[in-house]
Design a protein around this ligand. Structure first.
Ligand SMILES: C[S@@+](CC[C@H](N)C(=O)[O-])C[C@H]1O[C@@H](n2cnc3c(N)ncnc32)[C@H](O)[C@@H]1O
Length: 350
């Protein structure tokens, strides 16, 4: 039993070791800074799953500490993360380095305005393994204004709840499947959280440690670059950015079907028809691209980078999924699947 448990823990830890690229972080943060140049000014930022040896979040915010006018940057690492498999320069050069604690304890890194002039510093070991749920990391969370990271994919719900219970601002990465989780959707619907600016072309590439390389489906792992591709990953946030305010210019269904070559190709390739497919299980149409939502077909709600929910949405509390409207009785799984796979499902208003 003990063996199985540790095997499970090891497997899960391995599956959570995906590292965000510097350029992706830069592109996302630019969206908030362009919208509000003072978004990070005088703020304390916590990066709670971030060992500086691996995390570009730590590198990015340490590099931009002055430019953003940060008050404090806190980065904590998790003892079971990839960062702990190697001795970091940050740690080894520090008088606080302790070989025994290195293996089992989380680490604390910090940069404070006026105190740590030259970049982020190793401030010693946490009492425990650096689990974000531990009392000591909760205390750091409570001290922070904004929490930013790519959390363990397997713990997204718990991680978001951990942020929301402390009523903090955040910018985090997660699977877009999370849109339909019952722990997430109500917050999207009520506009308390929304999607961030997003990854270029909707594709997110994450770095993995070479020893974590394993069997991936064809085209998912690029061994030479050490990058794994995810198509259904996005940013979640409660901080405003410009893309949310770009008006959507929509055309009618007839015009889309007549003039939009991308739409026509997609419908023919995927469904073999030249019309918006209708769902069998409820009165809804499939809209493969946001810009193809027909202006003469009112969605109950849709989720994309532009808007979290529309005023017609009526969530009937259907478990994991959004309930498009009362007259659309799909079961949870079907509805979740439809909305998850096709980010722009729209449903006619009855
Ligand atoms: C998806 S990786 C992202 C790492 C880094 N934030 C980045 O974006 O490059 C998630 C990280 O969270 C760490 N982690 C897993 N469980 C954790 C926990 N309970 N508390 C804190 N960190 C955890 C993993 O070791 C892993 O390094």
């Amino acid at each position: 039993m003990a063996d199985n448990t540790s095997l499970g823990t090891a497997k899960r830890a391995k599956n959570d070791e995906f590292y965000t690229q510097f350029n992706d972080i830069n592109a996302e943060m630019n969206a908030y800074v362009e919208f509000n140049p003072d978004v990070f000014r005088d703020k304390t930022i916590l990066l709670p799953c971030d060992d500086p040896e691996w995390s570009n979040f730590t590198k990015y915010f340490a590099t931009n500490f002055e430019r953003f006018g940060l008050k404090k940057l806190i980065s904590t690492s998790y003892a079971k993360g990839a960062g702990n498999r190697q001795l970091t320069l940050f740690e080894s050069k520090s008088p606080l380095y302790d070989e025994k604690l290195h293996k089992t304890h989380g680490k604390l890194f910090m940069q404070t305005r006026g105190e740590d002039g030259n970049g982020i510093k190793f401030k010693g070991y946490l009492k425990g393994d650096g689990d974000f749920r531990s009392a000591e990391v909760c205390k750091l969370r409570d001290e922070a204004d904004i929490i930013i990271t790519n959390p363990p994919f397997s713990m997204f719900r718990e991680f978001l709840a951990w942020i929301l219970e402390a009523e903090k601002k955040f910018i985090i990465i997660g699977s877009k499947n999370a849109i339909t989780y019952k722990e997430v959707f109500p917050f999207l619907k009520s506009n308390q959280i929304w999607l961030g600016h997003g990854f270029l072309g909707g594709n997110a590439y994450f770095r993995i440690a070479p020893e974590d390389a394993r069997e991936f489906a064809h085209g998912v792992y690029d061994e030479s670059a050490g990058l794994v591709k995810f198509r259904n990953v996005g940013w979640f946030t409660n901080i405003d950015h410009g893309k949310r305010h770009e008006p959507l210019e929509l055309d009618t269904m007839a015009h889309n079907l007549k003039f939009n070559k991308k739409l026509k190709k997609k419908l023919l390739d995927d469904f073999g028809i030249k019309e918006y497919p209708r769902y069998d299980n409820y009165d809804a149409i499939e809209v493969p691209f946001t810009e193809c939502i027909p202006s003469d077909y009112k969605p109950c709600w849709f989720v994309c980078e532009h808007a979290a929910a529309c005023e017609y949405a009526e969530n009937k509390g259907m478990g994991n999924a959004a309930a498009p409207c009362e007259a659309c009785p799909a079961n949870d799984a079907e509805r979740a699947g439809a909305i998850t796979d096709r980010q722009t499902t729209s449903c006619r208003l009855h």
